[in-house]
Design a protein around this ligand. Structure first.
Ligand code: KG4
Ligand code: ZN
Length: 335
């Protein structure tokens, strides 16, 4: 095998509440992707409990890795590199994945590659459409981050803007929690919003000073104030109107950023990219503007290890292995 080009990369993801492992070939083809969700463990607390998350990763990660290897139809000896999320995320959770990845890389005598979780989310669109052209504009919307990123090429990233307060997913989760709809809030609101009227309540659309920046905490407060003032308001209408306000801002700012930059394609990434209304509106807006677009399948939007393996593949191409004494960084920035 060519030492500069790992063909089969094992990806490991444990940054938050999903324990995941995947095998990706040539940074393009997903051979297997296994995700074990901890939602049931955290649901009764209304959010992720870091201590529970770390312990649960430790319990299930070996089996998740074994499943990923088995489902890919390969043996351990076929793996050419091990890539793992090193941040950002919950430190106790990150350390479980990082320690496992280092141990496996040492035992198998293959390169260890430490990957940024946010950069990994950018790769979901490329896994969905491997021939997508650079520069790509990606709207990265997850539980902890909301940002517009231009990907000029592998490892060449420019952040155009990001949220000044809450991330979009955080707003979904907080509104859901306030309304008693459970955790994670995004899928619960997405479901209920289908029964509501998105024009029922005119919630504010925040305009940040810089056009590519976002702000969602005022919207979240507006929803809470509305429900306090009108407790009889139909919850489906409330969440449909809230979701519409989030989607309006996300789609408008993304298309405006695409207009202002020389990009060949526009993509979505991160857990909120699983939102059905965002997907529908994003595609309609791109089609209306005649823009090439890509949105990953739902299981590539939320946390998974296929995106980590893909990001690891291309990172290894550029800069080789990571140092085995490098640690995890809970607040690792994208650039
Ligand atoms: O990317 P992700 O799985 O984890 C992070 O890196 O944060 O994103 C999780 C976030 C949560 O806030 C969750 O509520 C949100 O993605 N989410 C959704 C949907 N599915 C997940 N938000 C809106 N609609 C959805 N269908
Ligand atoms: Zn994520």
């Amino acid at each position: 095998m060519n030492d500069r080009r790992p063909r089969l990369v094992l990806g490991i993801e444990t940054s938050c509440d999903e324990t995941a492992a995947a095998i990706v070939e040539d940074g393009r083809t997903v051979r297997s992707s296994v995700v074990s969700s901890q939602i049931d463990l955290h649901a009764r607390f209304g959010g992720v409990v870091p201590e529970i998350a770390g312990r649960a990763h430790l319990q299930v990660l070996p089996a998740v890795i074994a499943d990923a290897v088995g489902e890919a139809g390969i043996d351990d000896v076929d793996i050419d590199a091990v890539a793992v999320t090193v941040g950002p995320g919950l430190i106790g959770s990150l350390l479980v994945g990082v320690s496992a990845a280092k141990a496996l890389a040492l035992v198998w005598d293959v390169p260890f590659v430490g990957v940024n979780h946010l950069e990994a989310h950018l790769y979901a669109s490329l896994l969905a459409e491997p021939d997508l052209e650079f520069p790509m504009l990606v709207l990265l919307v997850s539980g902890g981050h909301t940002m517009l990123v231009v990907m000029q090429g592998h490892g060449r990233l420019e952040v155009l803007g990001s949220t000044l307060d809450d991330a979009a997913g955080e707003a979904f989760d907080k509104v859901s929690r306030y309304l008693g709809l459970g955790y994670p809030g995004g899928p619960a609101i997405d479901r209920l919003a289908r029964e509501g009227d998105p024009t029922a309540i005119a919630f504010p659309r925040a305009v940040a000073e810089r056009p590519a920046d976002f702000s969602f905490s005022g919207l979240k407060t507006a929803v809470i104030n509305h429900v306090r003032r009108q407790p009889e308001a139909d919850t489906a209408d409330v969440v449909a109107s809230f979701q519409e306000a989030v989607v309006d801002v996300l789609v408008d700012k993304t298309l405006a950023a695409a207009d202002g930059h020389d990009v060949a394609s526009v993509c979505l990434g991160g857990g909120v990219a699983a939102n059905s209304r965002l997907r529908e509106r994003f595609v309609a807006a791109c089609e209306a503007d005649g823009r090439a677009w890509s949105i990953p399948d739902l299981d590539l939007c939320t946390d998974n290890a296929a995106m980590v393996a893909a990001a690891g593949h291309w990172q290894y191409e550029r800069q080789g292995p990571s140092a085995l004494d490098a640690g995890a960084d809970p607040s690792l920035p994208l650039t």
